[in-house]
Design a protein around this ligand. Structure first.
Ligand SMILES: Nc1ncnc2c1ncn2[C@@H]1O[C@H](COP(=O)(O)OP(=O)(O)OP(=O)(O)O)[C@@H](O)[C@H]1O
Ligand SMILES: [Zn+2]
Length: 597
């Protein structure tokens, strides 16, 4: 039987022909990606390329069903391709094991696709794909899940909002002194262990943290103490890997540092005083114990202080040995020794400060910023992505809605539209102030070694045959390369100006005689060996007068605005979703909520 007969019958000959002839790119072959690739393959998408940078971890197997135990450590992209081809041999799947930000995935390559799917878990990569799609005018279906909530959205460049049209929530931060001196909740101790103690002991040597502290004049004395404490730790770090290192760290941070803090009486007038650990007794007791981590069933209960001491001593020794042998380490929640250290160090500190201790699993979830993954949510969202893709192919983007899977009955109180499984929203046009959407994009091929900024600017101004060069400014990121009062760089080559070797966007802004910004242009530098500047593709319609109308912040014609606020159906108190002191790393698959204007 014709493998594609059911899809043809379902979609109709015309739409199915489009599906067969569409070149699609999917980025990410993880939880959502595996479901999506299966859907795309089974429906009969004729040409699929997929990119993933990772290899398969044993923890992926429970939900990323294209992978099996024998695939552990192999490339996700390659294995996903092989598994998906078993569903349908009549299609082409090309897999790339790499980072989507790698040089070979340039704008020209993005433009070779008719449709892109984001199945990523982090903000940075999602924003990058969004920018490339908007610059290349390629429709993007972006999706994310967080627990029971998930979302798939169409981003049709120039027509609908892009991923960057609304700022994303920033990570929760904690005052330095709460983390370093006066913790009052488990999360404070976890952040201390993961973001301060771990890098201080096993990471790069750096004094920047101290420099920031020194600028804090509000708590001068306390700050001085903290700087001294960090310096002593750096001294101690020199003996990492030598016998007795773990014990010395233990004594320093749970006795000496606490004793010094206690000497600052002002700190404790309104707070319960911490109690230094009885370090000798605990080390002696710990030495009598076998490895407490060997019993994984105990990961879900709170371990005793003696067991925790043992875990601290052995993980510190192991990490110090690794540091001495192979240099600075960075925290990874899936690194057993790192996680053991953070869980034990945090719990010992909780004990010192009379804060309730947590189980290993609870600490892992908080330290790794983990929102539980629900395989069904990934499955439903991947299905919605395909429905949205079909709507793009049919040219029905404006009718399309953003679909959101809301919480199950037990969590209905957390969502704004209870009793709905799928919520539908109208799509909105791009936000006029969006740094991505408000620009026109042009791609130029240049030999960066021989092309000067002046050559480039002249070619662009010529191509658009509008404004004299002295009404233009050029920026690379936040760096000013040229403006009418600063022409020093015109004779320098792009290479000499250190314009990044790949994915470089120069922002060329043209102003009219009244110094009004006519329209900002973003110039993507495509490296080429050929001399001269070649403008690739069509010159965008811009700088024509009158200035292009501003995109309205209004619903698309015919759309009724919904009043409801869409929120993430997850409990965002400290204990459940953890944002760490310095980064929002970890699971960023979420951002499923949409900010309504
Ligand atoms: N810059 C990138 N380039 C290519 N692939 C990426 C990039 N960033 C993330 N990915 C991939 O996106 C996928 C996201 O999938 P998912 O959210 O299920 O994460 P995971 O790493 O498989 O699971 P978990 O984080 O829960 O252990 C991962 O396979 C990851 O390797
Ligand atoms: Zn935008």
């Amino acid at each position: 039987m014709d493998r594609h007969a059911p899809s043809r019958a379902l979609l109709g000959t015309q739409l199915f022909a489009q599906v067969e002839n569409t070149r699609v790119l999917m980025v990410g072959a993880g939880g959502i990606g595996c479901e999506l690739l299966k859907n795309l393959a089974m429906l009969g998408f004729g040409h699929i390329e997929l990119v993933d940078l990772d290899t398969i971890d044993v923890t992926n197997l429970n939900r990323q069903f294209l992978f099996q135990r024998q695939h552990v450590s192999q490339s996700k992209a390659h294995v996903a391709r092989e598994s998906a081809l078993r569903f349908n041999r009549n299609i082409t799947i090309i897999s790339h094991h790499g980072n989507i930000k790698d040089p070979q995935f340039d704008l020209a390559w993005f433009k070779s696709f008719n449709l892109v799917f984001n199945a990523l878990d982090n903000l940075d990569a999602r924003r990058h794909v969004n920018l490339m799609c908007v610059a290349g005018k390629v429709p993007l279906i972006d999706a994310g899940t967080a627990g029971y909530s998930g979302q798939s959205t169409i981003i049709q460049p120039g027509v609908t909002e892009c991923y960057d049209c609304h700022p994303k929530p920033t990570p929760k931060t904690f005052p330095v002194c709460t983390i370093r001196s006066t913790p009052s909740a488990p999360i404070h101790c976890i952040v201390w262990a993961k973001n301060f103690m771990f890098p201080q002991l096993f990471g790069e040597d750096e004094d920047e943290g101290d420099a920031n502290l020194v600028n804090d004049t509000t708590n001068a004395k306390q700050v001085q103490e903290l700087v001294r404490e960090a310096q002593a730790l750096r001294e101690l770090k020199r003996s990492a890997g030598l016998p007795g290192f773990a014990e010395r760290v233990f004594v320093k941070i749970y006795r000496h540092d606490i004793e010094r803090l206690l000497s600052m009486e002002g700190l404790w007038q309104m707070r319960q005083k911490p109690v230094p650990l009885d370090v000798e007794a605990l080390v002696a007791a710990a030495n009598e114990l076998r490895d407490p981590l060997a019993d994984e069933t105990a990961h879900c209960r709170v371990r005793t202080i003696e067991e925790t001491t043992k875990v601290f001593l052995q993980s510190t020794a192991a990490l110090a040995k690794r540091y001495a042998a192979s240099g600075p380490q960075s925290f990874d929640k899936d690194d057993d020794a790192a996680m053991a250290f953070v869980s034990a160090a945090a719990n010992l500190r909780c004990h010192v400060y009379h804060i309730a201790l947590k189980s290993f699993f609870e600490i892992k979830s908080m330290a790794g910023n983990i929102v539980p993954i629900v395989a069904t949510t990934n499955g439903v969202v991947a299905g919605l992505m395909v429905l949205h893709a079909l709507q793009v192919l049919e040219g029905r983007v404006l009718e399309t809605t953003t679909d959101l899977l809301t919480a199950p009955p037990a969590a209905q109180h957390l969502v704004s539209r209870p009793n709905q499984v799928l919520a539908r929203d109208k799509l909105f046009p791009p936000v006029s102030s969006c740094a991505v959407c408000a620009r026109a994009y042009v791609q130029v091929a240049v030999d960066t070694a021989s092309t000067t900024l002046g050559d480039l600017l002249e070619a662009i101004v010529d191509a658009f045959s509008v404004l004299p060069v002295d009404n233009v400014t050029v920026l690379e990121g936040a760096r000013m390369l040229y403006d009418p009062d600063f022409d020093d760089n015109l004779g320098r080559t792009l290479a000499d100006l250190n314009v990044p070797s790949h994915h470089a966007f120069l922002l060329v802004d043209a102003y009219d005689q009244d110094d009004q910004l006519v329209q900002p242009l973003s110039v993507y530098i495509q490296k080429s060996g050929k001399k001269g500047v070649e403008i690739l593709g069509n010159v965008p319609q811009l700088w024509t007068k009158p200035a292009p109308p501003k995109v309205q912040d209004a619903p698309i014609a015919g759309g009724d605005e919904l009043d409801d606020e869409v929120v993430m159906a997850v409990d965002d108190d400290d204990e459940d979703i953890i944002m760490t002191e310095s980064s929002a790393a970890g699971n960023e698959t979420g951002h499923v909520g949409r900010t309504r204007r």
